[in-house]
Design a protein around this ligand. Structure first.
Ligand code: AQP
Length: 332
C-alpha cells in the first residue's frame, strides 16, 4: 500500500515555493486518503547555522503552515524530526552504505557551498543520507517534492538498493519521487534563473506565507519581467524565464494548467497580469496566514501536536530500525 513521507526544513519562514511545490500537494495526497507522514526536519535545518531561538520559532511556523494549509493531524502524522531519534540512527547506518562519490555529485551541496566547500559543516555534505533515512524509516513508497529535491530522492533509491544488495535482503522499498504540476520549481522574483528560497538574500525575491496583502502586491509589482505582452501559448515563453514563472505561479494558485492561463491572458500586458496575480495570491494566502498567526499565538498547542505526532511516527519507525540493526548484525 502507498505511504508518503515528506519534510520541510525550518531554516526560515515558509515561502510560496514551499507552498506550491510541496504543501499544496501534501494536502491533496491526504485528501485522496493516502497514508501520509509529514515532518518539520529540524535536524536538516542545522546543517547551516541556525540561531536557537529562530530555529524554535521557524519550527513552530512550519508546523503552523502545514496545519493552516489543511494538513489535519488526526488524518496525517505531523511531527518534528529531532523528537524521533531513529532518524539520526538510521542516517548513521546509511552513512556507511552511501559512497563519498555519490555525495560528491549532489548539486544542492555544490550550490550551497559555492567556492567554500571546505568551510561547510559535515552535516551539509551528508544531508542526503539523513534524507534517505527520513524516507526509508517509514518504508515510504512515494515522496512528493519540488524539482530541487529530485536528485536526493534518487540517491535515496540508490541507498535502498545498495543496502538490500549488500545484506541480501528485500527490506527497503525503492521510493518514487512525485514531482508534478505547473509549480515544481518556483523561481526567484528578481532572477528567473534561481529558485525561490527561504534563505535567499533579499526579501523581495520571495513571497513569504506570512506576507500581508500590500507586501504581496508590491513584490509582484516589482517582480522582474520584460516589456513584451503575454503570448498566446507557453511555447512563446521559452526564452522568458521570469514571465514563465509568473504564469506558472498563477496556474498553480488557481488550479489550472499553464496553457489555460496563457490562453486567458493572451496579449495582456504586465499592468493587467501582475495585479490579477497579486489578487489571486492574496485570496489564496490570506486565510492561511491568518490561521498560521492564530496557531502561533499559542505555541503550546503546536508543541502538543508535534509531540503526539512524534509518538505516532515512532510507533512505525522503531520496529523498522530494530529490524535494520538485526540485518546489519548488531547484537540487541
Ligand atoms: N522554489 C521552489 N519551488 C518548488 N518547490 C520548492 N521547494 C522548496 N523551494 C521550492 C520544496 O519545498 C519542500 C521543502 O523544502 P526544504 O525546506 O526542505 O528545503 P529547500 O528545498 O532547500 O527549501 P528552501 O526554501 O530553498 O530553503 P533554504 O533556503 O533554507 O535552503 C521540498 O519539497 C522542496 O522541493
Amino acid at each position: 500500500t502507498p505511504r508518503i513521507f515528506s519534510g520541510i526544513k525550518p531554516s526560515g519562514g515558509l515561502t510560496l515555493g514551499n507552498y506550491l511545490g510541496a504543501i499544496q500537494k501534501f494536502v491533496a495526497a491526504q485528501e485522496a486518503g493516502t497514508e501520509s507522514i509529514f515532518c518539520v526536519v529540524d535536524l536538516h535545518a542545522i546543517t547551516v547555522w541556525q540561531d536557537p531561538e529562530d530555529l524554535r520559532n521557524a519550527t513552530r511556523e512550519v508546523a503552523a503552515g502545514y496545519i493552516a494549509s489543511g494538513i489535519d493531524p488526526t488524518k496525517s502524522i505531523l511531527f518534528n524530526q529531532s523528537q524521533v531519534h531513529e532518524h539520526a540512527e538510521l542516517a548513521w547506518i546509511f552513512n556507511c552504505v552511501a559512497r563519498v562519490g555519490w555525495m560528491n555529485r549532489m548539486t544542492q551541496f555544490k550550490e550551497k557551498a559555492g567556492k567554500n566547500a571546505e568551510k561547510q559543516s559535515l552535516g551539509l555534505y551528508a544531508y542526503p543520507s539523513l534524507m534517505a533515512a527520513d524516507i526509508l524509516l517509514y518504508h515510504a513508497t512515494h515522496v512528493p517534492v519540488g524539482e530541487d529535491q529530485k536528485q536526493h530522492v534518487e540517491l535515496t533509491r540508490d541507498i535502498a538498493a545498495k543496502f538490500n544488495h549488500d545484506y541480501k535482503v528485500d527490506f527497503f522499498p525503492i521510493t518514487e519521487p512525485v514531482i508534478e504540476g505547473p509549480a515544481v520549481r518556483v523561481m526567484n522574483l528578481r532572477d528567473g534563473s534561481k529558485k525561490m528560497s527561504k534563505s535567499g538574500e533579499s526579501d523581495m525575491e520571495r513571497i513569504n506565507m506570512l506576507d500581508d496583502a500590500d507586501k504581496i502586491a508590491k513584490k509582484f509589482k516589482k517582480a522582474k519581467t520584460d516589456p513584451e505582452p503575454l503570448p498566446d501559448t507557453m511555447d512563446g515563453l521559452a526564452d522568458r524565464p521570469e514571465a514563465r514563472n509568473l504564469v506558472n505561479i498563477y496556474a498553480s494558485l488557481s488550479g489550472q494548467s499553464s496553457d489555460a492561463v496563457i490562453a486567458e491572458y493572451a496579449g495582456a500586458g504586465w499592468g493587467k497580469f501582475k495585479p490579477a496575480l497579486a489578487d489571486l495570491a492574496v485570496d489564496k494566502l490570506a486565510p492561511i496566514s491568518e490561521e498560521m498567526r492564530r496557531l502561533m499565538d499559542d505555541p503550546s498547542e503546536i508543541d502538543k501536536i508535534l509531540a503526539h505526532g512524534a509518538e505516532q511516527a515512532r510507533a512505525i519507525a522503531a520496529p523498522i530500525l530494530k529490524r535494520t540493526y538485526e540485518i546489519v548484525g548488531m547484537v540487541r
